[in-house]
Design a protein around this ligand. Structure first.
Ligand SMILES: Cc1cc2nc3c(=O)[nH]c(=O)nc-3n(C[C@H](O)[C@H](O)[C@H](O)COP(=O)(O)OP(=O)(O)OC[C@H]3O[C@@H](n4cnc5c(N)ncnc54)[C@H](O)[C@@H]3O)c2cc1C
Ligand code: SF4
Length: 478
C-alpha cells in the first residue's frame, strides 16, 4: 500500500489507524500536540516524558493546558502550559473537558468499555448496520481487553440500592484496567492498586492507555510519532495534503505533506481544523456546508458529593446501570489527587457522585475565524431535565437530605460529532469510510464522525469504527 499518511492526534481514532496502517506496511507519521506522559515504553525514542499532575503543585504546573474561551464575544485560546493534561472549552452554556498527550483521552478515561444499543446505527449510512459492526467491535475489544473490577461490596451496595429507586439494576462495568498478576513482556500492564486516580492519569501502568498498548506497537512496526507538535492548518497542493504544524519543543513552524491525511484530533480539534481550512485559510473552500452540524454532548450530566471515607479503594468507577432512557455510573476519587485540598485532608475526603449519559439531540458548532462556538444549553434539549431528575433521585437515595442542584450550564467529557458520517454531503461531512465528501484522501477517524450520540461511554464505538475504516483503507490500496 501507499506508505505515506499523516495522522493528526494520538487518541483512540489516531492510534487505531496508526497501528493498522503500520501493520499493512505503511509508515504513518503521527503529529500529537501533547507530550509523552510518565514512562511509557517507546517514550525513550523521544525522551520527553512528563509526570502526571498530582496534588496542588502538580495541578498548577501540569493540570490545565489551555482554555478555549467562547462564552461571549470572539473565541480565543488562552494557552497556559503546552505540557499539561487537560483542555477546557468554555462555550456560552456548555463546558467541555478534553485531554492532551500521546494516548489522547485514554490518558484520563475511567476505562468503561460499553457497546451502544444496536439502533444507534440507524443514524449511520446504510453500509453500516448494527450487525455489520460485530466483527469491528470484536476486533477493538481484543486490544481494549476489558474486564469487570473486583467486587467492592459497600460501593456496589450503595449504588445498587439507589439505582433500584429508578427501577434499574446495578452491574459491574467492563473496564480497560488490569486486575491480575503482572505479566512479563515489555509494555504489559501491571495490576491496579485501587488508588482511584484514573481521571488524572494512571501512574501504576494498570490501565490500557494507548501509550502503553497500540502506540508502542505502531512505532515498532514503522510509524513515526512527533509529540508536542500541534497542527495549525491543513490544505492541499495537487494530489497531496499539506499540514502545517508548530513544534512546541523548538518553536519552529514546519510543513509536511502526504497523499493521505487522517484527522483524529478529537471532535472539537478535528472540526476546528476543518472549519479553519474552509473559512479562515480558504484552503479547502468546498468542504461540506454540513460541517459543524450534529454536534453532541452525549447527554452528559453529573451530581457530585464530598464524603469522608478514608478506607475506600478501587478504580474511579465500579458500578453502572442503564436502560432505554440512559446510562448511569457511580464514581469516586480521592480529592487530593485533584489538588483541591490541604495535605491533611487528602486521603480522607473523597469526591464521589453519579454520572449520567444519554442520547441528546445535539446542536451545531460554528466558527468565528479563530475558534468554535455552540449555542447548546440545558434548555435546548429535554434530555437535560430528565437527566437532572434521575440524578436528583439517585442522590436523594444515596444521601437523604442532600439536594442536587439544577444547573444552568451543560458539562461534557464526551464531545461527539460535527463531521458526521452520512450518505450525502447534504446530510454529513464524511462517507461510510470516513472520507470527506469531494476530498479524496482526506479522512476523519475520531469522535467527530459519529452522526448520533451513543448515549453510553463512546470509546468502544469510536475504536470499532476506526477498525472498520482502517480495514477499508488498506483493502482499497490492494
Ligand atoms: C475524564 C474523562 C473520562 C472519560 N471516561 C471515559 C470512559 O470511561 N469510557 C469512554 O468510552 N469514554 C470516556 N471518556 C471519553 C473518551 O476519552 C473520548 O470519547 C475519546 O478519547 C475520544 O477519542 P478521539 O479519538 O475522538 O479523540 P482523543 O482520544 O481525544 O484524541 C485526540 C488527540 O488529538 C490531539 N490533538 C488535538 N488537536 C490537535 C492538533 N491540532 N494537533 C495535534 N494533535 C492534536 C489531542 O491532544 C489528543 O491526543 C472520558 C473522557 C474524559 C475527559
Ligand atoms: S485505580 Fe489507580 S492503579 Fe487502578 S487504574 Fe486507576 S489510577 Fe491506575
Amino acid at each position: 500500500m501507499n506508505r505515506e499518511a499523516i495522522i493528526v492526534g494520538a487518541g483512540f481514532g489516531g492510534a487505531t489507524l496508526a497501528l493498522r496502517l503500520a501493520q499493512a506496511g505503511a509508515r504513518p507519521l503521527i503529529l500529537e500536540r501533547g507530550p509523552w506522559w510518565e514512562r511509557a515504553p517507546g517514550a525513550a525514542r523521544d525522551a520527553d516524558p512528563v509526570a502526571f499532575p498530582r496534588g496542588l503543585s502538580g495541578a498548577l504546573a501540569r493540570g490545565l493546558r489551555s482554555i478555549w474561551w467562547a462564552r461571549s464575544g470572539p473565541a480565543r485560546q488562552i494557552m497556559l502550559r503546552p505540557r499539561a493534561l487537560f483542555e477546557w472549552h468554555a462555550f456560552s452554556h456548555l463546558d467541555v473537558l478534553t485531554s492532551s498527550g500521546v494516548g489522547g483521552g485514554s490518558l484520563v478515561y475511567t476505562g468503561i468499555i460499553e457497546r451502544p444499543s444496536p439502533d444507534l446505527f440507524d443514524a449511520f449510512p446504510p453500509e453500516i448496520g448494527a450487525r455489520d459492526m460485530d466483527p469491528w467491535f470484536e476486533r477493538a475489544r481484543a486490544w481494549l481487553d476489558p474486564a469487570p473490577p473486583p467486587a467492592d461490596a459497600p460501593r456496589a451496595r450503595r449504588f445498587d440500592a439507589a439505582a433500584a429507586h429508578l427501577g434499574l439494576e446495578g452491574r459491574a462495568p467492563d473496564l480497560a484496567i488490569s486486575w491480575g498478576d503482572p505479566s512479563p513482556g515489555p509494555g504489559s500492564l501491571k495490576p491496579c492498586v485501587g488508588c482511584g486516580q484514573c481521571v488524572v492519569g494512571c501512574r501504576h501502568g494498570a490501565r490500557g492507555s494507548l501509550d502503553l498498548t497500540l502506540i508502542p506497537e505502531a512505532l515498532r512496526l514503522g510509524a513515526t510519532l512527533r509529540p508536542m507538535c500541534e497542527v495549525e492548518a491543513i490544505g492541499r497542493s495537487a494530489d497531496r495534503w499539506i499540514v502545517r504544524y508548530l513544534d512546541r519543543r523548538t518553536g519552529q513552524r514546519l510543513q509536511v505533506q502526504a497523499p493521505r491525511l487522517i484527522l483524529a484530533a478529537g471532535a472539537l480539534g478535528t472540526v476546528r481544523l476543518l472549519m479553519a481550512a474552509r473559512d479562515r485559510h480558504r484552503a479547502l473552500p468546498a468542504l461540506p456546508r454540513t460541517l459543524g452540524q450534529r454536534f453532541f454532548t452525549n447527554g452528559d450530566a453529573a451530581a457530585l458529593m464530598l464524603s469522608l471515607t478514608p478506607d475506600e479503594r478501587g478504580p474511579s468507577v465500579t458500578r453502572i446501570a442503564s436502560d432505554a432512557a440512559g446510562f448511569l455510573a457511580e464514581f469516586s476519587a480521592p480529592l487530593g489527587a485533584l489538588g483541591l485540598t490541604a495535605p491533611a485532608l487528602r486521603r480522607l475526603v473523597r469526591i464521589s457522585g453519579i454520572a449520567a449519559m444519554g442520547r441528546d439531540q445535539g446542536g451545531s458548532l460554528t466558527f468565528d475565524g479563530r475558534g468554535l462556538h455552540t449555542a447548546l444549553s440545558p434548555a435546548s434539549d429535554g434530555l437535560h431535565e430528565r437527566q437532572e431528575a434521575r440524578l436528583r433521585a439517585m442522590i436523594a437515595a444515596l444521601s437523604p437530605g442532600l439536594a442536587a442542584s439544577t444547573r444552568t450550564r451543560l458539562a461534557s467529557v464526551h464531545p461527539l460529532g460535527g463531521a458526521a458520517m452520512a450518505s450525502t454531503p447534504e446530510r454529513g461531512v464524511v462517507d461510510h469510510r470516513g472520507e470527506v465528501f469531494g476530498h479524496k484522501g482526506l479522512f476523519v477517524a475520531d469522535a467527530a464522525a459519529l452522526p448520533q450520540a451513543p448515549g453510553v461511554p463512546p470509546v468502544w464505538t469510536i475504536a470499532a469504527l476506526a477498525e472498520r475504516q482502517a480495514a477499508l483503507m488498506i483493502e482499497a490500496e490492494r
